[in-house]
Ligand binder design. Structure first.
Ligand SMILES: *Cc1c(COP(=O)(O)O)cnc(C)c1O
Length: 365
């Protein structure tokens, strides 16, 4: 028995559309009907005017920052508990990441701390919908509008989550998605920037396409990048979006089963959140009061993949100088005690029972 951490569900029209893109269309680069359709479906689904597909989630974040004109001398506030791309892209722009801690209950960024970190150089905040959990968008929107600060939403881990009945991905000046293989919607590698601002969409698209304003005419306005998705990848994405609601429902069922099976374990806790938030189960994540190394080893020996929560960025070599020796106790605690469990719409109920049985055994050793 081997139960992987995550496994893409490609059992819909993925192969069919992929072959269509190869055989009938012959468009395998960065134009074609699947790209158009994928971007249109994304904009519709997340209630935005513009959707710009990108080569991955990291390039989506980089384009968002570039499009908003963020550069040297600017400060961008970002939670320390996140995947590195949320921070690396700030550094790539020559801007300074300013770390804040996570909240104890739902692990998203702490607005009170955020308010304390603002300076005249604060240009933007990158709000990460961590492990499927939406940030506190109502207070965040009020606050940043008051302070005239851009909001970039890193929604890579929360496709389909809602806050006050509005989809995650609809809040930022730019909202960024990743479609990496372990994300809820995948194109293998891929990403997107969503916005309602046409000028901003245009600027991001110029950076995405070698800095060219009119593709095909070799005039370059800026030193651009090639951050394009291919029509082949978009073909997979279109098929994925057809089954988006099914994926969300399956993941919801699975998380509910995990919660039921583990509810009597006093040493296990799940994220807690208010009714205004409807998270999605990207990776079912728990806090365990125990020796995680031993627990992970037991799970591995019994064929179950597990993964620790992210190691906070203020403890990582490339970002130590930005952290200036500060500690962020909640993020550090979550990293120490946090564990992700196998999550995929392809998981079987029996497998979830098995994972929970092994976890309970591991806790007893
Ligand atoms: C996956 C992820 C990204 C980066 O996406 P890639 O497509 O792997 O480049 C960015 N931010 C967060 C929070 C992620 O989980």
């Amino acid at each position: 028995m081997h139960i992987p951490m995550a496994c893409p569900d490609l059992t819909g029209n993925e192969a069919k559309y992929l072959l269509d893109a190869l055989n009938n269309e012959g468009r395998i680069s960065s134009s074609g009907k699947y790209l158009e359709k994928f971007e249109k479906l994304l904009a519709e689904r997340f209630a935005r005017t513009f959707a710009l597909s990108t080569s991955n989630g990291t390039t989506a974040l980089h384009l968002a920052l570039l499009g908003l004109g963020i550069g040297p001398g600017d400060e961008v506030i970002v939670p320390t508990l996140t995947f590195s791309a949320s921070v690396a892209t700030i550094v790539h722009c020559g801007a300074t990441p300013i770390f804040i801690d996570a909240k104890k209950d739902d692990w998203t960024l702490d607005i009170e701390q955020l308010q304390k970190k603002i300076t005249p150089r604060t240009k933007a905040v990158v709000a990460v919908d961590l492990y499927g959990m939406p940030c506190d968008y109502a207070p965040l929107q009020d606050w940043r509008i008051l302070k005239n600060i851009f909001l970039i939403e890193d929604a890579a881990e929360a496709h389909g989550a809602t806050y006050a009945s509005r989809p995650v991905g609809s809040f930022g000046d730019v909202s960024c998605f990743s479609f990496y293989g372990n994300k809820i919607i995948t194109t293998g590698e891929g990403g997107a920037c969503l916005t309602n601002d046409g000028e901003l969409a245009k600027r991001m698209s110029v950076f995405k396409n070698h800095g060219m304003t009119r593709p095909g005419i070799y005039e370059h306005e800026v030193a651009g990048y090639n951050y394009r998705l291919t029509n082949i990848q978009a073909a997979i994405g279109v098929a994925q979006l057809e089954r988006f609601d099914y994926f969300l429902e399956k993941r919801r069922e699975h998380e509910a089963l995990y919660r039921t099976l583990l509810k009597d374990e006093p040493r296990i806790r799940f994220q807690e959140y208010p009714p205004s938030k409807k998270p999605v189960s990207w990776l079912v994540s728990i806090l365990v009061d125990g020796d995680l190394d031993k627990i992970c080893q037991h799970m591995r020996e019994h064929g179950v993949d597990t993964r620790r929560l992210f190691k906070p960025m203020h403890l990582q070599k490339p970002y130590l100088s930005y952290a200036q020796g500060q500690s962020f106790p909640v993020a550090e605690h979550l990293h120490r005690q946090g564990l992700c469990l196998p999550s995929s719409s392809l998981l079987l109920e029996d497998e979830i029972h098995y994972v929970c049985k092994q976890l309970k055994e591991a806790l007893r050793i």
